[in-house]
Design a protein around this ligand. Structure first.
Ligand code: NAP
Ligand code: GLV
Length: 309
């Protein structure tokens, strides 16, 4: 009986240590050095090579090493009957909130302008709105979206969220479904994407969406690169319809050196670092799911393959 960690090009020694801290009896093997594929019952993976997951005849559960699971659902060879789980972790939520709050404040408090002024030796005050006048729309009201929206609301912004299904009793307006999208967008001076990547949400950050936002809205995409139609973002920025964008995720990662996003004056970008899983915070839920899987009990943070998240 073993856990296999499959994360190409990544040092996972911290993961092995963190898993053993919760259960020293575990056998943990790291791909490509898996000595007994026939013993593997649980796989922990990020961007596994396609086809690999078929090689474990006793597999009982596949866990994403992060919150997203599109890397698993996109692999048509991922064994269909095996349950998929993902990570829901307070550390992931907190670091996502830090990233988004930083991006929002940098934009609203005009720090880009002040950096530019500093380079020119200019001393000039820039007016900014009161935070309560800034509407922030968070797309996705799940583990990350609801946490981030709550932190932004704590800070004093006028926050609303958008989800697939209606939410009762939320502390902020939550719009839902296609029918709620227009009303949600029209008050989002800053639009934050925290949706999972599914057939319904792919390309959702497009010109039609941008055209429903208030003039000069700002975009933060921390979900997946394929949510965004790159050419539509460039056109909306160049037309002055959007005032800027902060992007952490891209269709192709690493972002190719020749991509126009790198040098665009209205785009700030980071290399998919908004929220990186901390092994020491996330290991316990993995060890628990491993024990649940091998004893046939209900798993936590189960992914609905049909729904796509
Ligand atoms: P989650 O808990 O599954 O929440 C997903 C939310 O999106 C739910 O509120 C869901 O609505 C909503 N949703 C799904 N499909 C929708 C649709 N068609 N229309 C409207 N709303 C829809 O996911 P999470 O843990 O918050 O993570 C969200 C995503 O963040 C991940 O999938 C991953 O791609 C990304 N992420 C990025 C980083 C980074 O470093 N950049 C780190 C971690 C995660 P319901 O509530 O109605 O189901
Ligand atoms: C990172 O992108 C994650 O899905 O955890």
């Amino acid at each position: 009986m073993s856990i296999a960690i499959i994360c190409p090009n990544r040092d996972v020694s911290d993961w092995v240590t963190a898993l053993h801290a919760h259960d020293p009896t575990l056998t943990v093997e790291v791909w490509p050095g898996i000595s007994k594929p026939g013993e593997v019952e649980f796989v922990l993976t990020w961007n596994h090579p396609a086809g690999l997951l078929r090689q474990f005849p006793k597999l009982k559960c596949i866990s994403s090493l992060g919150a997203g699971v599109n890397h698993l659902l996109n692999d048509s060879t991922c064994p269909p009957g095996i349950p998929l789980v993902r990570l829901v972790d307070i550390d992931l939520m907190q670091s996502m909130a830090e990233y988004v709050l930083h991006g929002v404040l940098e934009h609203v408090r005009r720090f880009d302008d002040y950096r530019h002024q500093q380079a020119l030796g200019q001393w000039a005050l820039q007016n900014g709105p009161h935070l309560a006048e800034v509407g922030i729309g968070v797309m996705g009201c799940g583990a990350l979206g609801s946490y981030v929206a709550g932190k932004l609301a704590d800070f004093g912004f006028s926050v609303s969220a958008w989800s697939r299904t209606p939410k009762q009793g939320a502390r902020m307006p939550v719009f839902s479904g296609e029918a709620g999208l227009g009303d949600f967008l029209k008050q989002a001076d800053i639009l934050v994407c925290l949706l999972p990547l599914t057939a319904e949400t792919e390309n959702i950050l497009n010109m039609q969406t941008f055209s429903q936002l208030p003039p000069k809205a700002f975009l933060i995409n921390v979900a997946r690169g394929a949510h965004l139609v790159d050419a539509d973002l460039l056109a909306a920025l160049d037309a002055g319809q959007l005032s800027g964008a902060l992007l952490d995720v891209f269709r192709v990662e690493p972002l190719p050196r020749e991509h126009p996003f790198w040098a665009h004056p209205k785009i700030r970008l980071t290399p998919h670092v908004a929220s990186v899983t901390n092994p020491h915070s996330a290991a316990l839920q993995i060890v628990e799911n491993y024990h649940r899987a091998i004893t046939g009990r209900q798993l936590t943070n189960l992914v609905d393959r049909q729904r796509g998240y």
